[in-house]
Write a protein that binds this ligand. Structure first.
Ligand SMILES: [Zn+2]
Length: 313
């Protein structure tokens, strides 16, 4: 059965706004699976411990996690982005700083509610190569959003995303947004035509009046078409993903690859044709991701990661 993964962004642990509450209670009551991206910082400035409300945050997260259809994932620490320079916690920051931002959120949420999150999605979906390296420090994070490829993890990349929330007025973070039902149906059509699973990215805290009703209509339409709402884990069981952790059957174009290999071995008779890679088991024929890293990237890695890579070899 195809699934829609509802990816709801931008919950601060100590601030349950009226809109968030309405959305979460609606999903809990209707047994709609909603996967909520939580930030670790109390404010966009960062820690701001003076204004923290850890008791309120614990109570809210415990309530959320007690609902069978509500789930959380790591959405970074501050959610600060600078549009003039195009930089954020996960765009243009060092590996060390990116590791620290992921870890602070993992640790704080765990302290608040006892759950170690298993998925990560960056604010604004802005990531760079350092994010891919930083995520290797977190074996417990098995799933990532938007980034096309993170070795060893299941990635729900941007091809799977449906977005349908036009801004009202000027486009800026925090501006009010509608849930446009027509756009939702249009943007999801190529998935629905072939009964394929997809990710619906939403921002319930920005919704204007009536958005929750339009969201509900969309989910109802999908349900009538044979969809169910999914979790981050259940979507990975759908036949969609090609990653190291979920090896798939060989692709048709491998026949072409074999042909090229043969041509090369005839050109250079000294190499053994017996060593054709398609003969080797799949796990051996694939290069390890660590072998593909260039020297500058290796040098930029924290010592702890480099040590781990040395141990792996
Ligand atoms: Zn966000």
């Amino acid at each position: 059965m195809p699934e829609v993964l509802i990816k709801a962004d931008d919950l601060r642990p100590d601030k349950l706004s009226r809109r968030w509450q309405a959305f979460l209670e609606f999903c809990a009551e209707k047994q709609i699976h909603a996967n909520v991206g939580v930030m670790g910082g109390w404010t966009q400035a960062g820690g701001d411990d003076e204004h923290a409300k850890p008791e309120a945050a614990s109570a809210m997260l415990e309530w959320l996690l007690a609902q069978p259809t509500l789930h959380i994932w790591n959405h970074g620490f501050t959610h600060h982005g600078d549009r003039s320079t195009g930089t954020s916690e996960f765009m243009g920051a060092s590996v060390t700083d990116q590791v620290a931002a992921i870890r602070k959120t993992q640790d704080r949420i765990e302290q608040l509610c006892g759950v170690r999150m298993n998925a990560f999605g960056a604010p604004f979906n802005w990531t760079d190569h350092n994010t891919v390296v930083a995520l290797q420090e977190f074996p417990e994070i098995e799933f990532t959003f938007y980034t096309p490829y993170v070795p060893g993890k299941v990635n729900y990349h941007h091809e799977l995303f449906v977005t349908c929330e036009p801004f009202l007025g000027k486009v800026r973070p925090g501006a009010p947004r509608r849930f446009d039902l027509t756009e939702a149906l249009q943007e999801s059509r190529h998935f629905r035509n072939i009964g394929r699973s997809f990710v619906l990215q939403i921002h319930p805290n920005r919704w204007t009046e009536g958005a929750l009703e339009d969201f509900a209509s969309f989910i109802e339409t999908l349900t009538e078409e044979g969809y169910r709402t999914g979790t981050i884990e259940s979507l990975a069981e759908q036949d969609l993903f090609t990653t190291l952790s979920t090896p798939r059957r060989p692709l048709p174009h491998r026949a072409g690859a074999r042909h090229r290999q043969k041509t090369r071995t005839t050109d250079r008779p000294s190499s053994s044709p017996k060593a054709a890679p398609e003969q080797a088991p799949r796990s051996q024929s694939r290069p390890r991701w660590t072998q593909r890293l260039s020297a500058p990237i290796r040098r930029a890695m924290p010592e702890s990661i480099r040590r781990r890579l040395r141990e792996k070899r």
